[in-house]
Design a protein around this ligand. Structure first.
Ligand SMILES: Nc1ncnc2c1ncn2[C@@H]1O[C@H](COP(=O)(O)OP(=O)(O)OP(=O)(O)O)[C@@H](O)[C@H]1O
Length: 262
């Protein structure tokens, strides 16, 4: 089997896909680009000629009211649905079907109940899967829980397992659809810090869909407001990291601007 070519920074390097014990692999992210994307269900347009360029490694949050087309947008990027017209490209290649290095997380962790935690993380069963899955579990702070069954875990721990499962394939794009929506406030902040650390170490591109404007401002480099299938605001979030979750005047004023656009 040949070693895959992996985008790394500005160039292409050959690299093994498995992270090492010493440090997680930093494969970098892939750029995601939408041009003239329309999605209609029957007569009803849900996305109206969207143009959006997400640079490699950017952390983008998409916020908007319920029904504004956020999940539809994510499904198009993931290749789960096809656009009615227009193109979605990842790393310059038009998306058709699920991509190997694009991973998704949803509000529910979607773990397989009859597999132990380690088996859930290593579900793709590549060579050396136990080792790779153990490292990923350790990375999300659950290194000692691999032998347990999913049902004994809390909601936050299940989401950690789902994140570890996504990490084992070293994604260049991570798509997150309200992954923290069902968690209590403290667990959500812990998950924010975990995701931010892993994103900074690994450098993949993130698209986070959320109703929570404070969450978007706490995590993202850029927030896009999707309203009635159009981009109503495209806001850069130029705040230093790690960010405070509350009580920051600059963050509050950005939140107010975004809320006004929602
Ligand atoms: N498969 C489908 N068939 C028909 N209509 C659909 C389908 N999927 C989504 N829609 C419609 O598209 C619109 C946008 O839905 P979408 O799930 O993308 O919104 P959303 O912004 O993610 O909402 P929420 O925040 O509530 O999840 C809604 O009116 C929805 O009913």
């Amino acid at each position: 089997m040949s070693t895959p070519l992996v985008a790394f920074g500005d160039g292409l390097l050959t690299a093994p896909r498995a992270p090492t014990e010493a440090a997680p692999a930093r494969f970098g992210g892939a750029p995601v680009s939408l041009s003239g994307v329309v999605k209609a269900f029957g007569e009803r347009p849900v996305l109206r000629r969207l143009d959006l360029d997400i640079p490699a490694g950017q952390f983008l949050a998409v916020v908007g009211r319920s029904g504004g087309g956020k999940t539809t947008l994510m499904r198009l990027i993931a290749g789960l649905d096809a656009a009615t017209s227009g193109t979605v490209r990842i790393n310059g290649t038009a998306v058709s079907g699920l991509q190997r290095d694009v991973r998704l997380l949803f509000q529910d962790a979607r773990l397989v109940p009859w597999q132990r935690v380690l088996g859930n993380v290593g579900i793709a069963r590549g060579p050396d899967w136990r080792h790779v899955a153990s490292l990923a579990l350790k990375d999300v702070g659950l290194g000692d829980r691999g032998r347990e069954w999913p049902f004994v875990l809390s909601g936050g721990q299940k989401q950690r397992v789902a994140l570890a499962r996504a990490l084992v394939s070293n994604p260049s794009v991570l798509l997150l659809d309200e992954p923290f929506g069902a968690l209590d406030a403290l667990t959500r902040v812990e998950m924010h810090r975990l995701l931010e650390r892993i994103w900074r170490e690994r450098g993949f591109t993130v698209v986070l869909i959320t109703h929570d404007v404070a969450e978007a401002v706490a995590l993202a480099d850029r927030v896009v407001v999707l309203r009635a299938g159009e981009i109503a605001l495209d806001q850069t979030i130029d705040l230093p990291r790690p960010r405070r979750e509350a009580g920051d005047a600059a963050a509050s004023s950005l939140q107010a601007r975004i809320l006004a656009a929602v």
